[in-house]
Design a protein around this ligand. Structure first.
Ligand code: SAH
Length: 251
């Protein structure tokens, strides 16, 4: 059996209980060494064989899985954060389907959740934003035209940008083109939940300068929007004058 597992954003104890159990049972682990905290390998058994996928092609990864299956072994493919976001798991699953090899997926805590925790922030503040756009700046990997950053920015809602730390001058430009005021609050969260986690608060127009000042070039998320400010409405859910299915309003 092949298990795709979300490793979580960094801290080794932020993997799910299920993910940790499957890691402990694995005969082979293929992990993304550039982004997954090696401390997660402490969950493995001694005899487990470990591959770092950083230097491997898709085909090489599948070959390792195929060999392990032939031996009746358990394989874990460990992806950073949650595998459903920029995880390149679909192409692996499609090749496994072609080979008739079965697999399952265990979700993980995405780095965008880790970043909110690092910021001690809520992405969906009443009257500020009720939506989170997760996207990236087009770089060597293109982004469909309809999802151009300036278009996404036109909603003015909370945004979380993955894979964009090296392109912050263009990010600033497109965010402002889309309608964010230059002084809209923003934050760069570097290595959320890792021991070296760092949070740099700035504004949309100072993202590039802030990253430069602190030498942040990768493994960071860019968060943007009024949720980083100090104005919002109280939630209806806990408002004493609001009735809902579980509670009558007090008079
Ligand atoms: N599947 C992952 C994302 C993989 S794409 C997830 O759910 O988090 C890799 C990008 O994710 C990095 O370039 C960076 O933008 C972001 N990232 C991953 N881990 C991070 C962390 N701990 N802190 C900040 N950003 C992180």
């Amino acid at each position: 059996m092949i298990h795709f597992i979300g490793a979580g954003p960094g801290a080794a104890d932020l993997i799910t209980v299920r993910g940790a159990k499957l890691l402990g049972e694995a005969d082979v682990i293929i992990y993304a060494g550039s982004l997954v905290n090696p401390a997660l390998l402490d969950y493995k058994k001694e005899s487990c064989i470990v591959y770092d996928s950083a230097s491997m092609t898709l085909e090489a990864v599948i070959d390792v899985m195929k060999d392990a299956e032939a031996k009746g072994w358990n394989t874990v493919r460990l992806h950073t954060g949650d595998p459903s976001l920029y995880g390149a798991i679909r192409e692996q699953m499609d090749l496994l389907d072609e080979l008739g090899l079965s697999y399952d997926v265990t979700p993980g805590v995405s780095s965008f959740s880790g970043a909110a925790a690092a910021l001690e922030a809520e992405y969906t503040l009443p009257d500020v934003s009720q939506s989170v756009i997760i996207t990236r700046m087009a770089g060597r990997t293109p982004v469909p035209e309809g999802e151009k950053l300036s278009k996404m920015a036109s909603h003015g809602c909370t945004m979380v940008l993955f894979l964009s730390t090296g392109l912050l001058e263009e990010v600033e430009k497109e965010l402002m083109e889309g309608g964010y005021a230059p002084d809209t609050p923003a934050a760069i969260v570097y290595k959320a939940t890792w021991p070296e986690q760092a949070v740099y608060r700035c504004t949309v127009s100072t993202l590039a300068a802030t990253a430069k000042e602190h030498n942040v070039t990768k493994t960071a998320l860019i968060t943007v929007g009024g949720f980083l400010g100090d104005k919002y409405d109280r939630s209806k859910l806990y408002d004493p004058t609001f009735t809902h299915g579980y509670r009558e309003a007090s008079k």
